[in-house]
Design a protein around this ligand. Structure first.
Ligand SMILES: N[C@@H](CCC(=O)N[C@@H](CS)C(=O)NCC(=O)O)C(=O)O
Length: 217
């Protein structure tokens, strides 16, 4: 199996976490979005990362890739046979793409992509807007949902919903915009449980290593 894409992308990190949770290993090529590498373009004609191949099966889009992997491994991570759990997982991934991810976009661009990949200065005003205005409502929503139904996002079992949302929140960790401890207690508890997952540690190690190598290049 082959995964294409730099780990600065939360979508690439989501696939890395899913692979680890399924005990799968994969050849990982750290290509930037828009790369003209022809093998990558076969997986992702639009040039978006991640791209993925399993033999002669090629596919792009993190949600599609992760669903493929979980189904291929006959794992219960997507909610198993329960329609309710499956639906909640889709709801969380959609919320991650529509609400959480966009609120983290400026911190990702300003504190990570610009200094690490583009050699440009951070516009801290954009980060402050995210921290002061965009992130509090999404953190509060996550905290309320976890207080209501935790310890994991769909209840008792760790699932792909936790992987999808943790992959977005790893952006917050890398960009140093996580909420201060104690403000959202249920979210704090969930973050501690997520950090205890080997897959989360793996994606953070891979991302930090990539950042260090890019800074030294
Ligand atoms: N829905 C896609 C989004 C992928 C995506 O937008 N990736 C970004 C990098 S984080 C990208 O490649 N952008 C380049 C572009 O849109 O041309 C997924 O989940 O994989």
């Amino acid at each position: 199996m082959k995964l294409y894409g730099v780990p600065l992308s939360p979508f690439v990190r989501k696939v890395l976490f899913t692979l680890d949770a399924l005990d799968l290993s994969c050849d990982h090529e750290e290509l930037a979005p828009g790369s003209d590498n022809s093998a990558f373009r076969k997986t992702s004609p639009a040039g978006r990362i991640p791209g993925f191949a399993d033999g002669d099966f090629q596919i792009a889009d993190s949600a599609a890739i992760c669903r493929y992997l979980v189904t291929r491994e006959r794992s219960e991570l997507m909610g198993g046979p329960s329609p309710q759990r499956q639906a909640r997982i889709v709801q969380w991934e959609t919320w991650g793409d529509a609400d959480l991810g966009p609120a983290l976009l400026a911190p990702l661009l300003e504190r990570v992509v610009k200094p690490v990949r583009l050699g440009q200065a951070t516009d801290e005003a954009r980060v402050e807007t995210a921290v002061g205005e965009l992130l509090p409502p999404v953190y509060a929503e996550l905290d309320a949902a976890l207080a209501h139904r935790g310890p994991w996002l769909i209840g008792e079992a760790f699932s792909y919903a936790d992987i999808a949302i943790a992959s977005d929140l790893s952006t917050a960790e890398i960009a140093d915009v996580l909420p201060s401890e104690g403000r959202y207690p249920a979210l704090d508890g969930w973050l501690a449980r997520v950090r205890g997952q080997r897959g989360y540690q793996t994606l953070m190690d891979i991302t930090r290593d990539y950042i260090a190598r890019s800074k030294n290049a």
